[in-house]
Design a protein around this ligand. Structure first.
Ligand SMILES: [Zn+2]
Length: 237
């Protein structure tokens, strides 16, 4: 019985196709897969909130609503129709974000502090959305499920650790997605330049596993330069 239950769970989550590759209205199997990943992502997001002791204050709730407004606007132009949800962790040392299954995204306070415009925030969120939309998070769930029961998966198993090609694909597709949602794709470039400036000229080692900031900046330049440069100010409440 146990083996059968595990098999069913694996079948339900292992659909690594991009949502765009489905017909405009996904069939029942795609819906159940999405539903399962949404539940998994929600459980992991709640566990993350508990682990880091996220509380609720009017200020934090306001910031969280703002991030969700920007992220939902970006995600709304995707054909998948998946609802993305963004959890804000105010930790100033957490200068990035990561994606959980089913469209749950954890966003660090350090990243928000570094973003200077709403367009930069939109491009950063779009990068994380692409990890989900390109099927990378689903593929990871499928890989993990070969060795572990879905119920036992942990948040740390979804910390970044994607390939160089996957990261570059999320930058480029994220830039296009942000632009489609009405944001300047230059936000991706200026945010990456902020990270580069923070590294204070420390030498970058080229690697087959991770893109360097210089590689990411070079990739972001053409779309940025071909679009209007004006960016909207952040509207953190
Ligand atoms: Zn990434």
């Amino acid at each position: 019985m146990k083996q059968r239950a595990t098999l069913i769970a694996v079948c339900l989550i292992a659909v690594p196709l991009r949502p765009q590759e489905h017909s405009p209205s996904p069939g029942p199997s795609a819906n159940s897969q999405t539903f399962n990943e949404v539940s998994l992502g929600e459980r992991l997001a709640r566990e993350y909130e508990q682990q880091v002791g996220l509380g609720s204050t009017p200020e934090l709730d306001g910031i969280s609503r703002y991030i969700n407004t920007v992220g939902s606007k970006v995600a709304s132009v995707l054909p998948s129709g998946l609802q993305y949800r963004f959890v804000f962790d105010p930790n100033p040392d957490f200068k990035s974000a990561f994606a959980l299954p089913g469209g749950w995204i954890i966003v660090g306070g350090g990243l928000l502090a570094l973003t200077q415009t709403e367009d930069e925030l939109a491009n950063a969120l779009a990068h994380e959305i692409e990890h989900v939309d390109l099927g990378q998070v689903s593929r990871r769930v499928g890989e993990l499920a070969k060795h572990k029961e879905i119920e036992k998966l942990e948040v740390k198993e979804f910390f970044p650790g994607y390939t160089k090609e996957e990261e570059l694909a999320c930058d480029l597709n994220g830039q296009k997605l942000a632009a489609k949602a009405g944001y300047s794709p230059a936000g991706m470039l200026t945010l990456l330049e902020t990270f580069k400036a923070l590294s204070k000229g420390a030498p970058e080692e080229a690697s087959d596993n991770h893109p360097t900031l210089s590689e990411r900046i070079a990739q972001a330049e053409p779309l940025s330069k071909a679009s209007p440069q004006s960016q909207k100010p952040l509207r953190i409440p």
